[in-house]
Design a protein around this ligand. Structure first.
Ligand SMILES: NC(=O)c1ccc[n+]([C@@H]2O[C@H](COP(=O)([O-])OP(=O)(O)OC[C@H]3O[C@@H](n4cnc5c(N)ncnc54)[C@H](OP(=O)(O)O)[C@@H]3O)[C@@H](O)[C@H]2O)c1
Length: 254
């Protein structure tokens, strides 16, 4: 079971350099808060669509547009120039709903080409391109991690309720990308771990319209979820690469 330990980075060599992509999001911001309070004193670099130059931040901060590969290349170059090699990269971006056009589908009658493509572009294509440009920055001589926020509803085996076609499909495809990356990554980076993470149901803008049936004790604060996932990642070993882990360490079947 999940336990809070002193450091969520104790299994990583020092200096510990961590990139968080999606820093403006509920969970992404919580990752940065938890990491910045960690006793291992990691060097942090945060990427988001829009940066906040006026805010006094404890970490390096730069722009990254998931739908623009040039901006991902520039972000990776900035990370390399600023920190050198990375101990961990967390991709915490994601899309479930947007304006009136992208909503989780209750029925196949709501399937819409624009919404399907939009959700796949943000949840699958974007993180894949982040992997393309950030995986080469991972440390080779000690444990390193590339982790993307996935979701339990991306599990094909676990799908009992139906609905949410685009989001489910985008996360199932993301899981396949992560599994495939893990195989190739092991050849060049034998100590690296590439995984998906399920955060639980977390109180953020993404889940807010769908929290009605969630019991209060099942709705996590972003900080609780981020601490739990970072603790899980801290315990992972190379043999765990290619899997998807829930916030409590449970392996989610594909
Ligand atoms: N919350 C939950 O209950 C829950 C459950 C299961 C899985 N997840 C997963 O956890 C991850 C984080 O979700 P969250 O709850 O923290 O959501 P959130 O608060 O809505 O944050 C989403 C983040 O993704 C970024 N983003 C979206 N589209 C982007 C784009 N095209 N380019 C760059 N950045 C983009 C957003 O940037 P802007 O701020 O610029 O919009 C924001 O930083 C997602 O992958 C989600 O699927 C969440």
């Amino acid at each position: 079971m999940f336990e809070v330990s002193d450091s969520v980075l104790s299994s990583f060599a020092h200096p510990c350099n961590v990139a968080v992509i999606g820093a403006s999001g509920g969970i992404g911001n919580a990752f940065l808060q938890v990491l910045s309070d960690d006793s291992a004193e990691p060097k942090l670099i945060a990427f988001s669509r829009i940066t906040s130059p006026n805010k006094k931040l404890e970490w390096l901060n730069s722009e990254l547009q998931l739908e623009n590969e040039t901006s991902i290349i520039e972000a990776a170059n900035f990370a390399k120039k600023s920190l050198g090699t990375l101990s961990a990269v967390y991709v915490t971006t994601g899309l479930l709903h947007e304006s009136d056009y992208v909503r989780p589908e209750k029925s196949w009658r709501s399937l819409d080409a624009y919404a399907l493509e939009r959700v796949l572009r943000v949840n699958t294509v974007g993180p894949s391109l982040v992997a393309k440009h950030f995986l080469p920055l991972l440390k080779k001589d000690s444990k390193s991690v590339f982790a993307c926020l996935s979701a339990r509803v991306g599990s094909i085996e676990d799908n009992r309720l139906g609905g949410w076609y685009a989001y489910r499909a985008s996360k199932a495809a993301l899981n396949m990308i992560l599994k495939t990356l893990s195989i190739e990554l092991a050849r060049s980076h034998p100590k690296a771990i590439c995984v998906g993470l399920h955060p639980g149901t977390v109180d953020t803008a993404l889940s807010r319209p769908f929290q009605g049936n969630v019991k209060p004790d099942k709705l996590f604060t972003p900080e609780k979820s981020a601490s739990a996932m970072l603790s899980v990642v801290n315990r992972l070993r190379q043999a765990d690469t290619g899997k998807c882990f829930a916030w409590n360490g449970e392996v989610i079947p594909y």
